[in-house]
Design a protein around this ligand. Structure first.
Ligand SMILES: Nc1ncnc2c1ncn2[C@@H]1O[C@H](COP(=O)(O)OP(=O)(O)OP(=O)(O)O)[C@@H](O)[C@H]1O
Ligand SMILES: [Mg+2]
Length: 437
């Protein structure tokens, strides 16, 4: 779930609850005064009616009752003890009004919502021994209407949710920018990742400032590293080349000369591995035909008679890769097989098999490189691709222990995966999983 939706839903939930609580509070607060007000008006009506009835003579009384009907929408009826009446349900505005009316007019007052099957606001009162019903307009009891509540509730909720969207966006935007910038830095683009430090919000400005400082420091470290690598490669390789020349010209003994030349060559190779590992060329991926890439890497080994190759690669096998990096990776694997994977008879048997992306393989093409050498103890398998790690048996051969680390990192940079396993029947089986093109 995105941060925006999480924050928005949390805020929306909170606001809905608040609006409902307000709604309930207002309703409660509104009912009490309304009940008292209604009760006061009804009590006055009852008292006035009673007084009028008492002090008018029987003839005028008819006219009075008619006027009450016409002007006040109030009817008077004689109350019979056998009349069936129903009170207002407890908790409603009607029940509160009834309670307030009884307080004002005396405990004998009856307030009903239905008498003998007729709905209305019925109030029973007495004049001396005669008992009467006063039927008033029930709309006197109607509270604020449901529709009004609904309209205002919806308006309040709508405005709150709009506010929630705005607030969530305000919170989110700097985080989004930060995430974006962090991604850029992760990809090595230090200049494109600058964040705005002139933010009105102090905390955001300070985070942005810290981030920019970090990116600047990383950029400087990266520049220093590049400079150092260029320096190493130039400053060490130039004297090395000079040394090689001096050995050729200045060492008279042929055997010593050859040994010294080998040593210089090894130093040069190790230096090359170091540089390969430390220097990250920008990646240029393109569709690469695996068959051709394999043949290019195998060319040298095909010429050797101590290397026996079996290659099975469907001609249509293509991967998305950086051709130079892939070549480097294949050479490292082949070199390892020659160096560490010789069979007991001193020959190097190499089986290379390419499997096209199958269902469930996440679109990855598998390149298996298997030798028939001694392999390694199984517990060391996960460590082989660590930089500078070399198994015990490899200590007698030249090398730096960076070959498989370069393979591992290169494969991951191209969006693939490296697996190391021991093959049935001995030997190491290395699989490169690369995105199909
Ligand atoms: N085909 C193989 N058979 C047996 N062991 C192997 C094989 N390939 C690699 N290894 C083991 O894994 C270790 C690490 O290999 P890696 O290529 O990283 O270093 P290296 O070959 O020793 O040196 P370099 O940096 O010159 O390649 C080797 O030292 C060796 O012990
Ligand atoms: Mg190696």
């Amino acid at each position: 779930m995105s941060l925006f939706w999480r924050n928005f839903l949390l805020l929306a939930g909170l606001l809905t609850l608040t609006v409902l609580a307000w709604f309930q509070a207002l309703r409660t607060l509104e009912q009490e005064p309304r009940a008292l007000q209604s009760a006061q008006a009804l009590a006055s009506l009852v008292n006035l009616t009673r007084a009028a009835l008492i002090y008018t003579d029987p003839i005028a009384r008819v006219a009075l009752v008619k006027t009450l009907v016409d002007e006040e929408n109030v009817r008077i009826a004689v109350r019979d003890p056998a009349d069936e009446h129903r009170p207002f349900p407890a908790g409603t505005l009607g029940a509160r009004v009834a309670q307030a009316l009884q307080d004002k007019l005396g405990p004998g007052t009856i307030v009903a919502r239905e008498v003998n099957g007729f709905d209305g606001l019925w109030i029973g009162f007495a004049i001396e021994d005669e008992k009467y019903w006063l039927l008033a307009d029930p709309s006197r009891l109607a509270g604020v209407q449901g529709r009004t509540w609904l309209v205002w509730g919806a308006t309040a909720l709508g405005l709150s949710l709009l506010g929630a969207v705005l607030i969530t966006r305000v919170i989110n935007q700097p985080l989004q920018r930060l995430a974006h910038a962090a991604r850029r830095v992760g990809e090595g683009d230090f200049d494109g990742a600058r964040l705005d430090e002139d933010q009105p919000t102090r905390e955001i400005a300070s985070v942005n400032h810290a981030f920019n400082a970090m990116a600047a420091r990383l950029a400087r470290a990266e520049a220093d590293r590049r400079l150092m690598l260029a320096g190493i490669s130039h400053d060490l390789r130039t004297p090395l080349a000079r040394l090689r020349l001096e050995i050729e010209l200045g060492v008279p003994d042929a055997a010593t000369r050859a040994r010294m030349a080998d040593d210089v060559a090894e130093v040069d190779t190790i230096l090359g591995q170091f540089l390969d590992f430390a220097r990250e060329r920008p990646l240029r991926t393109e569709p690469v035909a695996l068959g051709l890439a394999l043949e290019r890497a195998l060319a040298v080994y095909r010429a050797r008679d101590d290397v026996l190759l079996t290659v099975r690669c469907p001609p249509e096998a293509r991967v998305r890769a950086d051709a130079t990096l892939l070549h480097r990776i294949l050479i490292n694997l082949l070199e390892n097989a020659v160096r560490h994977g010789r069979s007991a008879d001193g020959l190097v048997r190499l089986d290379i098999e390419v499997q096209l992306a199958a269902a469930g393989s996440e679109g990855l093409v598998a390149v298996h490189v298997r030798d028939h050498g001694p392999g390694v103890p199984p517990e060391l398998l996960p460590r082989l691709s660590e930089p500078f790690f070399r198994a015990e048996a490899a200590r007698t051969t030249p090398g730096s222990g960076l070959g498989l680390a370069i393979v591992h990192r290169g494969i991951e940079r191209m969006g693939g995966r490296l697996t190391l396993a021991l093959a049935d029947g001995g030997g190491l089986r290395i699989t490169l999983h690369l995105p199909a093109a």
